[in-house]
Write a protein that binds this ligand. Structure first.
Ligand SMILES: [Zn+2]
Length: 265
């Protein structure tokens, strides 16, 4: 690639940019992301308290798109009334997905039945509103996959996918994407790397999950959306394809899934 060429345009399909980890230098983080080609980002919510700040953040920056939802790890914050309030978040337009929602059976102290209640109600909302879903599945991928299949009429992404080849296939067979981020850059992630090398490109989305899940070169550090460029390099290498091609394909996937309008550049 010529040195003066601009970096390929990338979408960070999952970044918690409202997190307080970015409180002191959020504008610099967004700036660095832009310099790395990451001009479009999806910012998923975690609880009802996060909705107003995500709304405000995304209103201030042209490339940021909000998703609203109730994250299973924040279960103690949720109330049934929040699901009704969630529906209203989608009235004004601008929100691109219901998320982050899902099941987390890995973390202790989160009632499974109550998680299922919120997950199902939000899936129903997404189906009614014909919105994609951004799904978190930790220690619960089998059940999440089954629930998505049974509910039907859904599309979306299972972010930070870490399952088996069979689980990956089950997801793209029902039209779900796999969100791939920092974990794929770890040489020990052999199963994930094999899936990413061979999976149909039309179901692959790039993500940072910042401030979490840094790539191998930044282990232990705060992650940021600019590092999606590192994930891109790794995915391109694993697949033996050019970074430009992977960038174009994954960005097109994100635009299609989230209904984003391409910006002129
Ligand atoms: Zn997340």
């Amino acid at each position: 690639m010529h040195e003066n060429n601009p970096p390929p345009k990338l979408v960070d399909s999952h970044v918690h940019l409202d997190d307080e980890a970015f409180a002191v230098d959020r504008d610099a983080v967004i700036e660095r992301a832009g310099q790395a080609g990451v001009e479009t980002m999806i910012v998923p919510a975690v609880d009802a308290g996060s909705w107003p700040r995500i709304k405000a953040l995304c209103a201030d920056h042209a490339g940021l798109h909000p998703a609203f939802g109730l994250h299973p790890m924040f279960l103690p914050h949720h109330l049934p009334a929040h699901v009704d309030a969630l529906s209203a978040c989608f009235d004004g337009g601008g929100a691109v997905a219901v998320g982050e929602i899902g099941l987390d059976f890995h973390m202790d102290g989160l009632d499974h039945e109550l998680q299922r209640y919120y997950f199902l109600r939000q899936l129903e909302l997404a189906r009614e509103r014909e919105l994609p879903v951004i799904v978190h599945a930790r220690g619960a991928l089998e059940e999440v996959s089954l629930t998505l299949r049974r509910t039907g009429g859904l599309r979306g992404v299972v972010h930070s996918f870490s399952g088996s080849e069979q689980q990956a296939r089950q997801l793209w067979e029902i039209g779900f994407h796999l969100g791939i981020g920092g974990p794929v850059t770890y040489p020990r992630a052999q199963r994930l790397r094999r899936i990413v090398a061979q999976m149909p490109i039309e179901f692959l989305l790039l993500e940072s999950d910042a401030p979490d899940q840094p790539d191998a070169a930044h282990r232990g550090e705060r992650n940021e959306p600019a590092r999606v460029a590192e994930v891109l390099r790794c995915v391109a290498e694993l697949r033996g394809e050019s970074a430009a091609d992977i960038a174009a394909a994954t960005s097109a996937n994100a635009h299609r899934l989230f209904g984003l309008v391409r910006r002129d550049n």
